[in-house]
Design a protein around this ligand. Sequence first.
Ligand code: ZN
Length: 287
Amino acid sequence: MAWFTRQKPRISGGPPPEESGRHVRTEGLWLKCESCRQIIWRKALEENLLVCPKCDSHYRIDALARVKLLLDGDWVEYDRGLTSSDPLAFVDSKPYQERLAAMQKATGLRDAVVAVEGTLMGRPVQACALELKFIGGSMGAVVGEKLTRAIERAIEKRQPIIIVSASGGARMQEGAVSLMQMAKVSAALMRLDEARIPFLSVLTDPTTGGVTASFAMLGDLNIAEPGALIGFAGPRVIEQTIRQKLPEGFQRSEFLLQHGFLDAIVRRAELKNYIAGALEFFCGPRN
Ligand SMILES: [Zn+2]
C-alpha cells in the first residue's frame, strides 16, 4: 500500500469528512453582480433595495416589493381575483390556461399587475405595479382592466396615480384583445387628464412593446430608474429594419433622457422622496 493512503481507521465519533467544517455551504450567501462582476453579499444587496452596493446597478424587483418601497405601510389591494378568461383558447408550446395556472402558482398573483390604494408620505394615492415574473409582465385583458379601474378610482376619489412598469409589452396569448388594452388604458388616462389629476409613470427595467407605446409614456412625469431598458421593438429588429448599427447605450434610460423621451432618472433609494416632491408640485401641499 502506498505511504500516502490512510492505514489506521479514523477516530471514531468525529464527523464524516463531507460534513466537517471545511465544506461550509455558502451557496446563496454571495452572488456575482451581472454588471460589475464583483462578488457581493446577498444581504448587503437586499438591504440596499436590490441595488448593487459596488456599481449601483439596479436589479429587478417584484411588484409587491415595489408597492412596499413606495407606500407608507398599510394599503388596500383592489381586483385581486380578476383572472384571464383565455378568449382565444390559445395554445403555443403549451395551452395558455396551463401557463396561467403555473404562473399563478409561482407568483401568488392572479395576473401581472398589483393595484392598490394607500398613502405616499401621508398623501392618499392609487398605485399599480406590473409583475415581470408573470408572463413577462405582459398586458392582457386583466392588466388593462385593473389599470383602467385604478385610473377611474383616481378620478372618482381625486387622488394622483402612480404606475410602475416592468413589462415585455402586450400579451401575445390574448391577441387583439391585449392590443385593445393600449387604447382602453390610454382613453382612461385622457379622462384623468381632463379631471386634472396627475399620473406619474415610473419605467423600470425592462419597459418595452405595447406598454411603452401606451400608458408608460403618457405620464405627466415619465420617470425611469438608472440603466433601465426602455423601448418599443428590440434593438436587433431595429438594426435589421433600418440596416444601421445602433449607437452605444441605445434604449437605456440615460440615452432616452438625453433625447427628450424621459423627464428624469431617479435612483431607487430616492424614488419615494422624488415622487412625493413631484406630487406636492402638482397638487399643492397635502392637508
Ligand atoms: Zn455591481
